[in-house]
Design a protein around this ligand. Structure first.
Ligand code: TYD
Length: 191
């Protein structure tokens, strides 16, 4: 079982993944926790490139898209081996982040065509006001517009791909309960 959590920055993915792992462990599942960009050398290069002021530019985004696809490809074997041992794989971001953050969807599907798609995608949907508050982010017109755009793309993708959309504006425990409710029926031993 390969589960992916998606959402805009500040939506609480990392907090929820820690809680989810603990809950799964408590009901007897072994868990592999992964994240994208990874901590491989490609992932490290991506993080460095994301800090470049040119990161928003179109050609730069294309380079990033290729690197994200390569970084993800490196994970495939790890996921496969882990699943063969019946582990539950939980990922902080996956292929859908590329669709949302990088442009040119057709080409993105092509360069990611060897990527295994998750069995369950959970979108933590957070209002932009709350995202800006949580990250003490810059409340400039551009940043707000960017987050609004990303959130909208996520919601559209969620509809087209049957993601489970969870209201991330609620408190940590409520969000955790909502996630458990989504996963319980798909997984044995956890009720
Ligand atoms: P993330 O690790 O979630 O951020 P943080 O380092 O704050 O925990 O992801 C880093 C950024 O990478 C995030 O803004 C989204 C972006 N990203 C893409 O643009 N495309 C992708 O395919 C992925 C996986 C991430």
């Amino acid at each position: 079982m390969y589960i992916c959590l998606e959402g805009i920055d500040g939506s609480g993915k990392s907090t929820q993944i820690v809680l989810l792992e603990k809950w799964l462990n408590d009901c007897g599942h072994d868990v592999l926790r992964i994240f994208e960009p990874t901590d491989s050398s490609i992932g490290k290069l991506i993080r460095e490139m994301l800090r470049n002021p040119k990161a928003e530019e179109e050609d730069f985004q294309k380079t990033l898209a290729l690197l994200f696809a390569a970084d993800r490809m490196v994970l495939m074997d790890t996921i496969k081996v882990s699943e063969e041992s019946n582990n539950v794989v939980i990922s902080d971001r996956c292929f859908y982040s590329s669709i949302v953050y990088q442009n040119d969807a057709g080409w993105l599907y092509e360069i990611n065509k060897f990527i295994r798609k998750p069995d369950i995608v959970i979108l933590l949907d957070l209002d932009v006001d709350n995202a800006l508050e949580r990250c003490e982010g810059n409340d400039s017109f551009e940043n707000r517009a960017f987050l609004e755009k990303i959130r909208k793309k996520y919601l559209k993708l969620a509809e087209e791909n049957d993601f489970f959309v969870i209201n991330a504006n609620n408190g940590i425990n409520k969000v955790h309960d909502d996630i458990k409710r989504v996963i319980s029926p798909k997984i044995g031993r956890c009720i």
